[in-house]
Design a protein around this ligand. Structure first.
Ligand SMILES: Cc1cc2nc3c(=O)[nH]c(=O)nc-3n(C[C@H](O)[C@H](O)[C@H](O)COP(=O)(O)OP(=O)(O)OC[C@H]3O[C@@H](n4cnc5c(N)ncnc54)[C@H](O)[C@@H]3O)c2cc1C
Ligand code: SF4
Ligand code: SF4
Length: 425
């Protein structure tokens, strides 16, 4: 590619739906090749699920480092247009020539916002904090999280029409709050569409034997937020029932996964996620006993295998091969007992611990929410790419369970497929 071609840009544009790590990668790869890219994200911020993680396995670095580099590349690239709080309403046409309608939901805060936080102080109403899986609340005027991109406040629709909303307007010295903001429509013409709509955690309340109704049983994604310094406990892993420090913890693998009654497939990452979370506990509690109940430990590839072997060296981490049959609570101590059959010895084993973490799997976000444009799904709700037809491509966890590295590789490949649609016409 010559300098001249890069400056002029290439003919054709690509729509990417979903601004997680896969969507960011696909957008940037296409734009940096000279194509116009539109990124549509339903949240008020980009970054997707990885923005909620404490650390990445296996390097144990904070995801914000990688995200910030991507956000800088987006800011620096004039070929990228991104929309947050946005959803694709309609897609018509075919490969090389799609008409897309995007709905932009009101944020009630415009680009003049300096993030001074005065509206938050003025607002009395609290709303559940979705970023922290509702383990705490935020004010009705809030920044989704401290590293949010774009760095701009949001007014919750729940306080529109209340005195709190008026107080926010009065508190804002920058004329950044507009309570009359209405949904808007943007029409785009693109040659290819990449679906990067990612995943949501499996709903643990659907699993009736693993005790999610007890306060001291949480999911793996809740654990990510508990361990995060910007989480509901400022990074302290404590018992939700009484905020006490812990001396023991159990991880229940395949919680609702590889189970015909729930998710029939393996989510690929939750063994590694629990091994990683064992390091969160160890960092805070050098003496804590950590029990990991598993069916198989899936740590694919040399780097993950090495990580697994290192974890096994810790003499207070006990890996127990056995499917958990039952999780109960002692109502007075609120301690949790995990019962399983040891698959090696055949014996019934049980451990009583301060808290337990259910390693729930990833459900494709698009499952059950029909996407426009005649998108095809497999029986589990993952988006299927029809390469023979072309034009529309699925990537990241929208397509199959993947870790971040594989999501990046997959998204790069799908950006190339989208470009091929443009150049072949
Ligand atoms: C407990 C746990 C810990 C993990 N830890 C690690 C780790 O340490 N290392 C690692 O490599 N992997 C880890 N993973 C896996 C990692 O989270 C995924 O690989 C990654 O999130 C995949 O990114 P994605 O962009 O495909 O999906 P997502 O992160 O889900 O992003 C999808 C984006 O699309 C948006 N979206 C969805 N639907 C729409 C729509 N209709 N319109 C517009 N936007 C939409 C969403 O809001 C979201 O922003 C972990 C997973 C779990 C469960
Ligand atoms: S909306 Fe106004 S008051 Fe609120 S953070 Fe932004 S600039 Fe400050
Ligand atoms: S990655 Fe591990 S915990 Fe997750 S479904 Fe597969 S085997 Fe079970």
């Amino acid at each position: 590619m010559t300098e001249e071609q890069t400056a002029e840009g290439k003919k054709g544009s690509i729509l990417v739906v979903g601004g997680g790590i896969s969507g960011l990668t696909a957008t940037l790869e296409a734009a940096e090749m000279g194509y116009e890219a539109f990124l549509v994200e339903q949240n008020p911020y980009l970054g997707g699920r990885v923005a909620q993680l404490r650390y990445y396995f296996p390097k144990l670095c904070p995801p914000t480092c990688g995200l910030e580099i991507n956000f800088k590349r987006i800011k620096d690239n004039p070929r990228v247009s991104f929309y947050t709080m946005a959803e694709v309403e309609n897609i018509s046409g075919g490969p090389g020539n799609y008409d897309v309608t995007v709905k932009l939901n009101p944020r009630y805060v415009n680009e003049k916002c300096t993030c001074c936080g005065e509206c938050e102080k003025a607002c009395n109403a609290e709303v559940p904090n979705e970023f922290n899986f509702e383990m705490d609340s935020t004010k009705g005027a809030y920044l989704p999280h401290e590293m949010a991109f774009p760095m701009r406040y949001v007014i919750s629709p729940k306080i529109i029409g209340t005195d709190d909303a008026k107080r926010c307007v009065e508190a804002c010295k920058y004329d950044a709050i507009d309570l009359d903001m209405q949904p808007q429509t943007v029409n785009l013409k693109v040659g290819a569409v990449i679906w990067a709509t990612g995943w949501k955690p499996y709903d643990a309340s659907k699993i009736d034997n693993l005790g999610f109704e007890y306060s001291n049983v949480i999911t793996n994604m809740m654990m990510e937020r508990l361990a995060a310094p910007n989480g509901p406990t400022d990074g302290k892993v404590v018992r939700p029932s009484d905020n006490q420090e812990i001396s023991s913890i159990a991880f229940v693998q395949c919680a609702g996964s590889r189970d015909e009654n729930h998710l029939p497939y393996c989510s690929y990452i939750c063994c590694m996620a629990s091994l990683k979370q064992a390091t969160y506990v160890r960092e805070l509690y050098p003496e804590a006993k950590i029990y990991i109940f598993y069916i198989d430990v899936r740590a694919p590839g040399q780097r993950y295998e090495k990580f697994y072997r290192k974890i096994k060296e810790d003499e207070n981490i006990f890996l127990i091969k056995g499917k958990v049959a039952e999780v109960t609570e002692d109502p007075s101590s609120r301690n949790i007992t995990v019962v399983a059959e040891n698959a090696v010895t055949g014996e019934k084993v049980q451990e009583t611990v301060d808290m337990a973490v259910l390693a729930t799997g990833m459900v494709p976000s698009a499952a059950g929410n029909k996407l426009p444009g005649g998108v095809k799904f497999d029986p589990d709700g993952f988006v299927v790419t029809d390469l023979a037809e072309g034009g529309m491509f699925a990537t990241g966890v929208a397509a199959k369970p993947l870790d971040v590295t594989s999501s990046n590789q997959h998204a790069t490949g799908m950006a190339l497929k989208a470009i091929q649609t443009l150049v072949s016409r």
